[in-house]
Design a protein around this ligand. Structure first.
Ligand code: C5P
Length: 226
């Protein structure tokens, strides 16, 4: 582990995904309006934290000029984050998917503050759509009440020790989650919900990429206030 600097904040970006559903090669390197998803995510975080560390796909280097350093990613997102955690001694870490390139500074600040106070926090949005579970034939199975349901985004912030402990336990017990706050919550740890932002959607499918191109026009003209 790197030298411990308890007062500092590190942004950890898992960016080692293959981007299979998008079909355009490693997703973090896909460009939207002239800048890669990775470059956009780094640019949102770098001015607000002490260091940015990126987990990259095997064999790929960090593009020149990015204010970040890189570590090799793992075969799963969870393993990529575990490796990122080992690379920092910062007291607070913000884990952010490189695939969410439009990150308002308000969200970064609020997640970091809540992480310091509570130990763990995540950006999330109350679910607006009606929710339904598919039946066995693939049709309408039944309504799922949406009251009290939130869709989880990133960044997710943690006291470093809280997240490191949760990852150690998950690894030892062979447990895998799609995010990091889930690893803390399964151990009974409190996770604060911080209002996220609609622009924080994850670019996963070709449809998301088309949406990202539209958002980039506004974002690049007005940043957080777009
Ligand atoms: O695949 P998914 O969209 O859920 O990935 C979320 C984030 O985790 C992406 O930014 C992706 O690059 C990253 N990831 C990773 N290592 C993996 C798989 C995904 O860093 N092995």
């Amino acid at each position: 582990m790197a030298r411990v600097r308890t007062g500092s904040v590190a942004a950890l970006l898992p960016a080692a995904g293959s981007g299979t559903r998008l079909g355009r090669g490693p997703k973090a390197f896909v460009e939207v309006a002239g800048a890669s998803l990775l470059a956009r995510s780094v640019a949102c975080l770098a001015p607000l934290v002490d260091e940015v560390i990126v987990a990259l796909p095997e064999g790929l280097a960090l593009p020149g000029g990015l204010p970040a350093r890189a570590v090799p990613g793992g075969p799963t997102r969870q393993e990529s984050v575990r490796r990122l955690l080992e690379a920092t001694g910062a007291g607070v870490v913000l884990v952010h998917d490189a695939a969410r390139p439009f990150l308002p500074s308000r969200v970064v600040r609020e997640v970091a503050a809540a992480a310091r106070e509570v130990g763990a926090a995540t950006a999330a949005l109350p679910v607006a759509d009606t929710l339904v579970r598919a039946g066995e034939g693939g049709g309408w199975g039944g309504l799922v009440p949406r009251e009290g349901l939130w869709a989880v985004q990133t960044p997710q912030g943690f006291r470093r020790d809280t997240l490191a402990h949760a990852h150690e336990r998950a690894l030892a017990e062979g447990f895998t989650a799609t995010d990091d706050a889930g690893l803390v919550a399964r151990l009974g740890g409190e996770v604060a919900l911080v209002p996220g932002d609609a622009r924080l959607f994850k670019v996963t499918t070709p449809g998301d990429l088309a949406l990202a191109h539209a958002v980039a026009l506004l974002w690049d003209a007005g940043g957080d206030d777009a």
